[in-house]
Design a protein around this ligand. Sequence first.
Ligand code: FAD
Length: 507
Amino acid sequence: MSELQFQPARRVVIVGGGTAGWMTAAALSTLLGPLHEIHLVESDEIGTIGVGEATIPHIRVFNQALGINEDDFIRATQGSFKLGIEFVNWGQLGDRYIHGFGTIGHDYHGTPFHHWWLRRQAEGRGGDLAAVSINTAAPLQARFMRPRADMAGSPLADIAYAFHFDASLYARFLRGFAEQRGVRRHEGRITRVHQRPGDGFITGVTLASGQQIDGDFFIDCSGIRALLMEQTLMVGYEDWRHWLPCDRAIAVPCASVEPLLPITRSTAHSAGWQWRIPLQHRIGNGHVFCSRFMSEDEAQSILLNHLDGEPLAEPRTIRYVTGRRLRFWDRNCVAVGLSSGFLEPLESTSIHLIQTAITRIIQFFPHAGFDSADIAEYNRQTRYEYERIRDFLILHYHATDRSDSPFWNHCRTMEVPESLRHRMALFLSNGRVVREGNELFAEASWFQVMYGQRMRPRAYHPLAAQRPLAEVQDFVDGVEQVIGRCVQVMPSHAEFIAEHCAAPSPK
Ligand code: FAD
């Protein structure tokens, strides 16, 4: 055992009751059982960030692990389903492509689908990439259904989906869930954090009311403030704004319009981009922009001019710095959620990072003291995860032909990390897409974004080049036809929700 000795972590204190705090409380109370006393402190006066409404498919694993009924969860959060993200105006003004979850086509002669697709394109036979995956073809017709386990071998058995939901209703839903499992909630602003003399381990927090809450193990879910990790332990931050330059977002909900799309939309503007997240009762919108290239007034007017329905609230500005904490676990404290760092919401990865942090906390949960090897491994894995997602996000900004504004000129010409440069070179030379280790985004994701952002490789796999063109054409056409027929049997997204999980009308 290392020098970082401490008593067993029987009493866990979660600081913060946003998405990160309540997801952590729900998971720890379910998965660690009654051996641990779990306390959560949140401040109504400070509130939560109130955004973060689009997810990726892994969240279903989280729900399943906790035994959350999916229809109940959708109803409680005014949720909807998500098959991917549509990117508008990214490669060039007027461009449109979808990054769908899951796979595109299927391998042929042991060679990934995209090489066959590239051959067909190179021969000038055209075609829309959205037509070869159920996750990209269905949103174009606003259709959705859950995968059918009884249709093995059909694309209908292989529909990858995630959710859109109302962030405040999600926190409320998880709060009910966690409190039923014994989590004790304390409301109030923390005014003081207590540390043990000598090694600086956190021993407790005091609220404005004077109440003191002591603990053995602290999870900092206090959001961008990082009350424990930065303000108390001062672990430091690696700023990534030279790669991910946007640093503000203005958010505003608006009234719903038909059809209800099973997809998040990201529309690039001249110094950032706008999200559109359709829920049952409203559409969430926000303009993410770079304050070096655009004023807040201009960003707000662009946002308001690009809403589908009437705004339902006053626009709200959020400021942030993209990057990561130098350490995610320090002494007896782990940062989860925005306190651990912030990546662009472009691919909806933040809630996923909360989920993987919780998984890792459970994996490395201290039982007889805090071990420096455990902590180092936790930090190494988290850093790796952050950096791989970072590269994927930078790709969206960098792989563009846009030259219509100083912002896009900056992004197109900026230096990118060597790891990303290498991946782009692999693709541009022979159409190769590599997935590193167990990184989050698979080959199909990298391909859809690279291709969607106008990257065209000089060649493709020799196997795809050697087969007769007619065979390649038949194969890719066949995939398109099967997908087309499958989409026709799917109900509309709105019909699916009405049948399974419609939320009561908001009061
Ligand atoms: P918060 O919601 O800020 O919660 C912090 C908590 O700490 C609050 O309860 C607060 O009261 C408490 N607190 C703070 N200080 C004190 C104190 N002194 N005393 C007591 N309590 C205190 N993620 C996605 O996955 N998908 C998305 O589409 C997405 N979009 C985003 C868009 C934007 C513009 C931004 C900025 C983020 C987005 N995210 C998204 C990220 C997502 O919002 C967060 O990861 C998620 O909401 C978790 O936030 P949090 O719980 O860490 O922080």
